[in-house]
Design a protein around this ligand. Structure first.
Ligand code: 5AD
Ligand code: FES
Length: 344
């Protein structure tokens, strides 16, 4: 197994069967071995610098019905909200003063109209020319993505969720398709967005083979960003009774991603911080180099409940970034004030 990790670290590609063998061969010792190599690889490019993104959860209305997601359309128990452009700009103003130079606008699909999104992007890029804007608003037609890009958006996050079409069909209703998801990712890249994909670890019906397909897909797609976190059940969804994913396996996969693409921007996610109180620190030590503290208004935070027990829902933005700086400092890393573009 160490031999496979050494080959990955040497820049070699592995077969799908070899990635599956790594996943199956996961042990804490092997994970530690991979983490040490991943930490080296990341330090050579990024030093001890951690990039920070201000996450603004713009709204939890969603037209989709993903079986795992707490803000799915069919969940009638969640109170819905959608921030106004003024509220979103207010979050950016607060974030800029706190040292954020990337704003991530994330929300349920169909929550903001294309016109609103483009207007907001133009306004943010005009008011904060030193900042990057990342959108994470789901699937759109090609021309809509083009309009967002022309409005000035720099990056787009759209997790592929699983690279196994059969697995995709078990996580989503028939109204959503693997093919359209992949079409979106290809479009985003072709339009010049710094593009992020990603998947959940331990989602229902996931197998080592489907994880191997995720790794193989990411190897070939070469995204600038990749977000992974453990699946966590949300009690009012069809997957509410399934067990959550493992933080340890997530960290191992973070190391493999770092070794596969040493330059990639990889967040230590909120979901990882939710399964383990030191999950984000462990994620950084395994090879991640980005954190995404929450800049959403405290009044709405609890409503953006993709899964149960989500952390950071009660904290003011200032507390959240201060907490993050302290957490990173505690493991020898420094949160920087800059856009945090990929270093190639
Ligand atoms: N557990 C963990 N992650 C989830 N996401 C959605 N629902 C859950 C859940 N129950 C992730 C999806 C989505 C991202 C915004 O959050 O991967 O793309
Ligand atoms: Fe949000 Fe710690 S990062 S409170």
């Amino acid at each position: 197994m160490r031999r496979l990790i050494d080959r990955l670290a040497a820049g070699e590609r592995l077969t799908e069967a070899e990635y599956a063998a790594l996943v199956t061969g996961f042990t804490p010792e092997l994970a530690q071995y991979a983490a040490a190599l991943a930490d080296d690889a990341r330090k050579k490019i990024y030093g001890n610098r951690i990039f920070v993104r201000g996450l603004i959860e713009v709204g939890n209305r969603c037209k989709n019905d993903c079986y795992y997601c707490g803000i799915r359309r069919s969940n009638a128990t969640v109170p819905r909200y959608c921030l106004t452009p003024e509220e979103i700009l207010g979050c950016c103003a607060e974030g800029h003063a706190l040292g954020f130079r990337t704003f991530v606008l994330q929300g349920g699909e169909g929550c903001l109209s294309l016109e609103t999104v483009c207007g907001l992007v133009r306004r943010i890029k005009r008011d904060y020319p030193d900042c990057a804007v990342t959108l994470s608003l789901g699937e759109f037609p090609t021309e809509a993505y083009r309009a967002m890009r022309e409005a000035g958006a720099d990056r787009y996050l759209l997790r592929h969720e699983t690279a196994d079409p059969a697995h995709y069909r078990r996580l989503h209703p028939a109204s959503m398709s693997f093919e359209n998801r992949m079409r979106c990712l290809r479009d985003l890249k072709a339009l010049g967005f710094q593009t992020g994909c990603g998947f959940m670890v331990g989602s229902p019906f996931q197998t080592p083979q489907s994880l191997a397909k995720d790794l193989k897909f990411i190897e070939g797609f070469q995204p600038e960003m990749c977000g992974i976190g453990p699946f966590l059940p949300q009690k009012d969804t069809p997957f509410g009774a399934y067990p959550g994913g493992s933080g340890e396996l997530t960290c191992f996969l973070l190391s493999l991603l770092r070794l596969m693409h040493p330059h990639m921007l990889i967040p230590a996610t909120t979901a990882l911080g939710t399964v383990d109180p030191h999950g984000r620190e462990k994620g950084i030590l395994a090879g991640a180099n980005v954190v995404m503290p929450n800049l959403s208004p405290t009044s709405e935070r609890k409503k953006y409940a993709l899964y149960d027990h989500k952390i950071c829902t009660g904290d003011e933005s200032a507390q959240c970034i201060a907490c993050m700086r302290a957490r990173m400092a505690s493991i020898g890393f420094a949160v920087t004030v800059d856009r945090g573009d990929i270093i190639l």
